[in-house]
Write a protein that binds this ligand. Structure first.
Ligand code: PMP
Length: 455
């Protein structure tokens, strides 16, 4: 029976079972490693690694450029790229050199003293994103947490507004969705929420300015924390005028605007903020800018930095709730400097985006050939297809178009033939060293998968 995704479910289940058996057959060492990890909670270093279509994860042996090899000796073209953490490619030489030099010279993260690399990174981030003052974390989650605290402090308002089905890391306040009655609701599966999320947060659908205004009009929202395009529920692109409308409304209601560019950085060297001429008060980012080494960062407007530093009642030095011992450490600063100045350069972005355009074009053509009700969205170097046409305009609609069984089948079919996508959705990211041949290889396998599925 064809469904909304346009595929026959019985055929899908049959092929998925075949691919799971093939996966088990091809990965005996990974299976044994998983079986032997009994002292890990959920058998994995972090429980999300159990999000795998094959029943157990592939164990990685090496990762270089856009290639990963596993401990069973298989090689993959990696379009997952650590869900953006490796957008610079794996083990880029300038980062490896900078990091190994720093480790040898000063032992990593243990001195509690600043290095000059951090100033250079601050200047580079300021030039790219337009915000003059920067501070560091080790994850994008923490950058978001600390940005939220600073904006609650400076505004004296209690709430943060999010888009439904956003993801900004494990930030308590962000686990809110628009419920069926239009009001905020805790996101399904929210683990051990410290308090009812509606006491800390408000929520609006992406691309819905009227809904946003209704929420901001309460006058209690310190900041809107958003991605300029949603990237964690498929890619949901902004409709014309939406982002300008968000900026106008946040100004009208005295609410600060935070752009989380952790994923939308794929839009260009200055992320969507520079590519689309946006002017947030705060910008948060992490993952890719460290070239594989943990880092998070947030940039502040001059007005905000002045207000915050002038507030004697805020403990920004010791235990006031903003900061971490290893944040801004010499190794992550050296890695970030090398990544930004030598790897994820403007030239590299031009290549990545043109590779992604080829990727998106090829997928579109296959979808058209098979007359599938699917759509493709591109955000610079990032491409994603969704089982809905036209592409959904907000998080709730995009969530409704998910098809976990179909997604798992495609991921597994590709993985069994040497192609990795991000396990969470159908995202493919291009690194500076991803080639058109890599794209072609993906499309050949993807075409075979569709031909078998739709036969
Ligand atoms: N912001 C966005 C937009 C993200 O997609 C993510 C993670 N995927 C984060 C923040 C959190 O990043 P991390 O898990 O590295 O803290």
């Amino acid at each position: 029976m064809p469904t909304d995704s346009g595929v026959d479910r019985a055929r899908l289940s049959q092929l998925a079972a075949r691919e799971r058996a093939l996966f088990a057959d091809r990965h005996p060492r990974s299976a044994a490693a998983y079986a032997g990890a009994g002292h890990l909670f959920g058998r994995v270093p972090m429980t999300w690694m159990n999000k795998t279509a094959g029943g157990f994860p592939v164990y990685v042996a090496t990762a270089q450029g856009a290639r990963v090899t596993d401990i069973d000796g298989h090689s993959y073209v990696d379009f997952c790229l650590g869900d953006t953490g490796a957008m610079a490619g794996h083990s880029p030489e300038p980062v490896v050199s900078a990091v190994t030099r720093r480790l040898a010279e000063l032992g990593g993260a243990s001195t509690m003293l600043p290095t000059e690399d951090a100033s250079a990174v601050g200047a580079e981030l300021a030039a790219r994103f337009g915000l003059p003052y920067w501070s560091f974390a080790l994850t994008a989650t923490d950058a978001n947490r600390w940005a939220i605290r600073l904006l609650r402090a400076v505004s004296g308002r209690p709430k943060i507004l999010f888009n439904s089905y956003c993801y900004h890391g494990s930030v308590d306040e962000s686990l809110i969705v628009v419920g069926p009655d239009g009001n905020g609701l805790s996101r399904d599966g929210n683990v051990g929420a410290p308090t009812d999320v509606t006491t800390t947060s408000r929520v609006a659908e992406f691309n819905d300015l009227a809904g946003l205004e209704r929420q901001l009009a309460h006058g209690d929202v310190a900041a809107v924390l958003m991605e300029p395009a949603l990237t964690n529920i498929g890619i949901v692109l902004p409709t014309p005028g939406y982002l300008a409308g968000v900026r106008d409304l946040t100004r009208k209601y005295g609410t600060y605007l935070i752009n989380d560019e952790t994923h939308t950085f794929s839009a260009g060297p200055g992320g969507a903020t520079a590519a689309w001429g946006l002017s947030p008060d705060v910008l948060t980012i992490g993952k890719a800018i460290g070239g594989g080494i943990p880092v998070g960062a947030y940039g502040l407007s001059a007005e905000l930095a002045d207000s915050l530093l002038g507030r004697g009642d805020l403990d920004l030095v010791d235990m006031g709730g903003v900061g971490g011992t290893l944040a801004g450490n010499p190794v992550s600063m050296a890695a970030t400097r090398a990544t930004l100045t030598e790897v994820l350069t403007a030239d590299a972005f031009a290549t990545m985006i043109s590779t992604a355009t080829a990727f998106a074009g090829g997928i579109r053509k296959l979808i058209e050939t098979h007359n599938l009700p699917w759509s493709v969205s591109q955000l610079g170097a990032r491409v994603e297809y969704r089982f809905a046409d036209p592409a959904p305009l907000n998080g709730t609609d995009s969530a409704a178009s998910a098809d976990a069984e179909l997604e798992d089948f495609l991921h597994l079919y590709l993985a069994n033939r040497g192609i990795l996508l991000t396990p969470f959705h159908n995202m493919a990211l291009m690194s500076p060293v991803t080639t058109l041949d890599d794209v072609e290889r993906h499309h050949t396998v993807f075409a075979d998968a569709l031909a078998e599925l739709l036969a």
